[in-house]
Design a protein around this ligand. Structure first.
Ligand code: HEM
Length: 446
């Protein structure tokens, strides 16, 4: 069958295309596209045309079965993104990416990750030492500090507790330019020395200093701690040369960023959802006392913490930290009966597909128990893809799930979290789907 004409899409401005609407409310715009135009939608951002794909089969084609026809989307090559993550695992492509992925993979094997469980729980318990019954916390910030410590310790054997607040602040500043509000500047590659750009560069330098220090210290000590940093330092090309400091920096920065913000965000939304669904909170508490009986969780408990796992899965469904996944067509191909020209940007949105009533009954409701129901096994494979899929599947998916279950369990057996009334919780679809302006929660000791 010959591929059909161009799919329909929302009418946009003559110059800006759909940029204005997307910038003012990205998630709302995506939802409108799906509702009004169906599974394949044509959009345009200034001079950049993009296809939005909402059907799981089309997502599967782009990420998995037809993945050879695609590279990462153009925004991964933007100067902003490159300045932060360089040519690390998330943004690299082709043979270079394949080699780097192979080198990093052993640090994420099941056995390895299970060995990290002790650190994950110990750091969660340490964080709780500062929490008091009746106290108030900014839960997103707390989760960020915690997941930063976990990634740095498990993968780089680095203790960032003294640097954490500074790094956390620098990171928060860095993700701001990635919020959709500034997409125009992004695409236009605006490198003018505006205060915002100067601040951005200063913040990246702050994190750079930290990462380069880690590399220098490990090179100097020559120690092989068996962690990811040691694995990358040991790697040799055929000609015997190792990775440059710049490439090491890019990989560490990428893993550090991809490895903490996403997990912090899913935990934040899990607390938010539990606070509003007391039945689910009760069921979680019951499971924790049955499985743990008053002690802290371990890696061996994880398979038995089924409800905690469902809470994490359901939070990832409703608030997928990676709310959009993008590719660029490397050559002409076909999706859903439409021709995809070479160079086309193709975007899939866990945010929208996860809330599609064709796949999830009562999609807006938080129902962790749905993950134990028969119907879940009949879902199309890519109706749920919080970790992407195919060869570029998140390398940290097992790490993240284990960490989220362990941190959730460690905290929930000691505290219930309640939203401080009167706050407006707004979504900020930046690199990850964070709560704009944070989230204040009151602590109730259990
Ligand atoms: C709940 C937490 C997490 C979510 C929702 C998440 C989501 C994702 C998604 C959707 C992708 C694929 C992006 C694409 O195809 O364009 C990805 C890739 C990646 N993630 Fe995660 N991630 C999480 C946690 C982690 C952790 C804990 C680590 C590391 C410690 C990590 C490291 C990476 C890396 C390095 C990639 C690039 C892999 C590659 O292309 O080879 N992520 N993640």
């Amino acid at each position: 069958m010959a591929a059909a004409a161009v799919p329909a899409g929302p009418r946009g401005g003559r110059v800006m295309g759909n940029m204005r609407e997307f910038n003012s409310d990205s998630l709302g715009f995506i939802e409108r596209c799906a509702r009004e135009f169906g599974d394949v939608v044509t959009t345009r951002f200034l001079y950049v045309p993009a296809l939005f794909l909402f059907h799981p089969d089309h997502v599967e084609y782009v990420l998995a079965t037809g993945s050879k026809n695609f590279i990462k989307a153009a925004n991964f090559r933007s100067p902003f993104f490159r300045r932060v993550a360089g040519n690390g695992l998330v943004s690299s492509d082709g043979d270079f990416w394949r080699r780097q992925r192979r080198l990093a993979q052993p640090a994420f094997h099941r056995d390895r990750v299970e060995a990290y469980a002790r650190t994950m729980v110990a750091f969660a318990e340490a964080a709780l030492e500062g929490w008091r019954d009746g106290g108030t916390i900014e839960v997103h910030e707390e989760m960020v500090l915690l997941t930063q410590r976990v990634v740095a310790q498990t993968l780089f054997s680095a203790d960032v507790s003294s640097d954490s607040r500074e790094i956390g602040e620098a990171l928060s500043n860095i993700v701001r330019p990635f919020a959709s509000q500034t997409t125009l500047k992004w695409i236009l590659d605006n490198r003018l020395p505006t205060p915002a750009h100067l601040r951005f560069n200063r913040d990246v330098r702050r994190i750079d200093r930290f990462v380069y220090r880690l590399i220098a210290e490990r090179r100097a000590s020559g120690e092989d701690t068996g962690d990811l940093l040691s694995m990358l330092l040991r790697a040799r090309d055929e000609d015997g040369s190792g990775m440059t400091d710049k490439q090491l920096r890019d990989e560490l920065m990428t893993i550090f960023l991809a490895g903490h913000e996403t997990t912090a965000v899913v935990l934040t939304w899990a607390w938010y959802l539990l606070a509003q669904n007391l039945e689910a909170e009760e069921r979680l508490a019951a499971e924790l006392s049955e499985v743990l009986g008053g002690r802290a969780p371990t890696a061996e408990d994880v398979p038995r913490l089924r409800y905690a796992d469902w809470v994490v899965k359901e939070s990832l469904r409703l608030y997928p930290p990676a709310w959009g996944v993008g590719r660029e067509a490397l050559r002409e191909c076909e999706v859903g009966g439409y021709r995809v020209p070479k160079g086309m940007q193709v975007l899939a949105f866990p945010w929208a597909t996860h809330r599609d009533p064709r796949w999830f009954a009562a999609p807006e409701s938080f129902r962790p128990e749905r993950w134990g129901e028969e119907s879940i096994s009949k879902l199309p494979k890519y109706a749920y893809f919080p970790f992407g899929g195919g060869p570029r599947l998140c390398i940290g998916n097992y790490f993240a799930t284990m960490e989220a279950v362990l941190i959730l369990s460690t905290i929930a057996r000691r505290f219930r979290l309640r939203l401080v009334p009167g706050q407006r919780i707004e979504l900020m679809p930046a690199i990850s789907l964070r709560p704009k302006g944070g989230m204040l929660m009151k602590l109730e000791g259990v």
